[in-house]
Design a protein around this ligand. Structure first.
Ligand code: NDP
Length: 330
């Protein structure tokens, strides 16, 4: 038997969420390559908040065990790459949306979706990083692949106290970039400075409709927010600068003109963690294990129980959570 957060549809078409005792035989079956994992830790990401509250239709079938991330130990494997006792990480691949996920003590997934826990990281570290930290690394890699170096100038990070944002600030600062953190939480300035932010801007300066072209400031941007914030970030990026876009905390829309692209050669790079190829994932996790300051992991994350994860799912959608929330599923 094991415990899991269990989501279902109510007759009123809302989502119900409860902690439920389940049996191993309840776990989904796979035609080939199934791996069963005893989970140590999971996390609450923004997308998990959407799934648990039913705020957005991210869950594609019910009943569902949410949780887009987990880290644990293989207990049974029908996959050539994995054997009992291996420590593994799962991020994305539609887990917690279309396949049962990590907010549980056990999971069964395709072995094609797992990456090994890198040397030097504990299960708890890996989930403190989670999809958010891995996406922050993909965003940093996106800037670097386009040739943005620390010498080019300031890098803006939006949604800076969020999971992706706080890891992006820390990673960029460790790599020597001059980071400007945009936040709506004025009282978290000291936290952002401790992660390495050189300057802080009030997110209100970016969150309303602005001019198509604005004063050039950013050599690069890691945007986690979308909508007007992303539009204004592009409009104030310097000639030839690079903007990565991974999130929609403000909105899915992108109300802007093509002016930054056709007059300033600004490049907009999309970042997706969910279907990223295995090789890219392995590279991102290897870099996280090497390049992330250990103190950052502790200061960015806090740990809650499976039952405490339910209210956190509400809080993350209102932008009230700082950093990352690890879920101890035991
Ligand atoms: P969090 O909720 O932890 O962080 C989001 C942050 O955005 C908040 O902490 C807040 O930061 C800011 N924010 C919230 N609401 C608003 C608003 N209305 N206007 C402007 N800023 C706002 O989420 P994550 O960091 O986990 O994820 C960030 C985004 O990235 C989400 O949209 C998520 O879905 C997406 N994502 C995408 C991935 C991908 O593969 N593309 C992977 C992971 C996440 P502050 O108070 O500091 O301003």
């Amino acid at each position: 038997m094991f415990r899991a957060i269990y989501l279902n549809k109510t007759p009123e078409n809302t989502t119900s969420a409860e902690i439920r005792e389940m049996h191993d035989s309840d776990l989904p079956q796979f035609e080939r390559g199934a791996v069963t994992v005893a989970i140590d830790y999971s996390t609450i990401n923004y997308k998990d908040g959407l799934a648990i509250t039913g705020r957005s239709p991210v869950v594609r079938k019910f009943p569902m065990v949410p949780g887009i991330d987990f880290c644990g130990t293989v207990t049974a494997s029908e996959h050539a790459s994995w054997k009992t006792g291996d420590k593994v990480i799962l991020n994305g691949w539609g887990v917690g949306e279309a396949h049962w996920g990590g907010l549980a003590q056990r999971a069964r997934v395709s072995g094609d979706w797992l990456v090994p826990l890198p040397e030097g990281l504990s299960s708890h570290d890996a989930m403190a990083i989670g999809t958010a930290g891995y996406t922050a690394m993909l965003s940093v890699m996106g800037l670097q692949a386009q040739g943005v170096t620390p010498g080019h100038g300031e890098i803006l990070v939006t949604g800076a106290t969020g999971g992706v944002g706080s890891f992006a600030v820390s990673l960029l600062a460790s790599l020597g970039y001059q980071v400007v953190a945009s936040t709506g939480k004025k009282d978290e300035a000291a936290f952002l400075q401790s992660l390495g932010a050189a300057d802080i801007v009030d997110r209100a300066s970016l969150s309303s409709a602005g001019k198509p072209l604005q004063k050039e400031r950013w050599a690069g941007v890691i945007d986690t927010v979308g909508s007007h914030t992303l539009a204004n970030a592009c409009a104030s990026t310097r000639y030839g600068g690079v903007v990565t876009a991974c999130g929609l905390a403000q909105g899915m829309d992108l109300p802007m003109t093509v002016a930054p692209f056709i007059l300033r050669a600004v490049r907009l790079v999309g970042i997706d963690s969910v279907m990223a190829p295995l090789e890219v994932r392995r590279q991102a996790w290897a870099r996280l294990a090497k390049e992330l300051r250990r103190g950052a992991i502790e200061s960015i994350s806090k740990t809650v129980t499976l039952a405490e994860a339910l209210p956190v799912a509400q809080q993350i959608l209102s932008g009230a959570v700082r950093g990352r929330v690890v879920v101890d599923v035991q």
